[in-house]
Design a protein around this ligand. Structure first.
Ligand SMILES: [Zn+2]
Length: 398
């Protein structure tokens, strides 16, 4: 079985390489924007638009040979072709009736999601990666790469450049090394409370950096828009944003790796994250009643990055041949995990749970995690005989 695995590293390019990367990103952006403008014009005039092969032929035989655009030859052809393929895909998606959410592609702006993709011709050695036309570029090797490199996307975030490498790995089809199941309550105070007693605190990075970000944002607002100082300040704001995102992602990776290594089955609640984060705002005429209190909570929800966390658990379980099961979110926070008595009064506060019937007291998140695990067993009652089920299991040795 062949699986694809992605690796992302921060590049440490030389000044010349950095200049080339800025140039490559710019040329790819120019190709995208020019083709988008032409396509929009054709649509307006109601004439058929061009797809990849025609766009590529046009670029190779006209643009690259013209006095106005022959500078395109400075960028790697394969990257430009990838940009055309991405453009082709975006146009097809936007006309696809099965994807009603897709809209017309947008013009790319300088400094926003700068990137280009090498579909082939990459290799690595130690902590250097060889990219066409750029040569050997150093990178921060935070974890080991797999042997077979498939493609590499170079992208920019704030002042740093990154490379995302897609590897193809041939693996046997093993079974998960663990045979236990775990329930996870995805909370606000504790990001993930597990039925085995472990807890993973969410990235509070945002809160720590919030003040920093607010201050930087205020300074930005005071500067003259598009002035040099404004550009500099804007870069600072972007750097704080990306720093927060990185810290958060790191915490989510550590937690999801740990959980998926230790359990063959992971049970979580089905939660409508997008709906929860929208509800407090209300609409422009009628604002939600306690917007302020709710928006604080919503921010924390988004902060913890639940959707991202679930996605990580899913693919990590897929690698390890484990499984992820979702159960309905009803009453898991009000039910007593010992006697099953379900009543609102059991929940004393956000963090305290005490059963009014059997007096069982526990942190509310762990109580919920146990209920989630039990609900998972109910769903999977038949067909998972291999999974040993224990709710009060000792933490496994790592
Ligand atoms: Zn009880």
């Amino acid at each position: 079985m062949i699986i694809r695995k992605g690796f992302k590293y921060r590049l440490e390019p030389s000044a010349a390489q950095r200049a080339d990367m800025v140039m490559f990103a710019g040329h790819n952006r120019a190709v995208w924007n020019k083709d988008l403008a032409l396509t929009k014009d054709r649509l307006e005039r109601k004439i058929p638009i061009s797809w990849y092969h025609e766009l590529n032929w046009n670029m190779t035989n006209f643009w690259k040979k013209s006095d106005e655009m022959n500078w395109l030859n400075d960028a790697p052809s394969q990257c430009l072709q990838q940009t055309l393929k991405q453009f082709d895909r975006a146009m097809r998606d936007c006309f696809d009736k099965n994807q009603p959410n897709k809209r017309m592609p947008r013009f790319k702006k300088k400094g926003v999601k700068d990137s280009f993709l090498f579909p082939q011709g990459i290799s690595f050695e130690g902590n250097r990666i060889k990219l066409p036309k750029l040569g050997w570029v150093k990178f921060r090797k935070s974890r080991d790469l797999e042997e077979k490199l498939k493609s590499a996307t170079v992208s920019r975030n704030g002042k740093h450049w990154f490379v995302s490498i897609l590897c193809e790995i041939e693996v046997a089809e093993p079974v998960h090394t663990s045979n236990t199941a775990v329930g996870i309550d995805r909370g606000v105070a504790i990001m993930a409370a597990c039925s085995d007693g472990r807890e993973y605190i969410g990235a509070k990075a945002f809160k720590k950096h919030e003040k920093k970000l607010a201050r930087a944002g205020r300074l930005l607002a005071r500067k003259v828009k598009f002035s040099n100082n404004w550009q500099k300040q804007k870069e600072k704001v972007q750097n704080i944003h990306s720093k927060i995102a990185n810290i958060r992602k790191d915490a989510l990776h550590k937690a999801s790796t740990d959980i998926s290594k230790n359990h063959a089955m992971i049970v979580m609640e089905k939660l409508g994250v997008s709906r929860m984060s929208k509800s407090a705002k209300g609409n422009s005429e009628k604002h939600g009643s306690n917007v302020k209190a709710k928006s604080g909570l919503n921010k924390s929800i988004l902060d913890a990055g639940w959707a991202m966390f679930a996605a990580m658990l899913e693919y990590k379980q897929a690698w390890l041949r484990g499984m992820v099961e979702y159960v309905p979110a009803a009453y898991t926070s009000q039910r007593c995990s010992e006697c099953g008595h379900t009543v609102k009064a059991n929940r004393l506060s956000q963090s305290k749970f005490q059963c009014v019937q059997c007096n069982h007291a526990e942190n509310a998140d762990f109580n919920a995690a146990k209920n989630i695990l039990a609900a998972g067993h109910a769903v999977l009652a038949c067909g998972v005989g291999a999974v040993v089920t224990t709710m009060k299991q000792e933490p496994l040795a790592v």
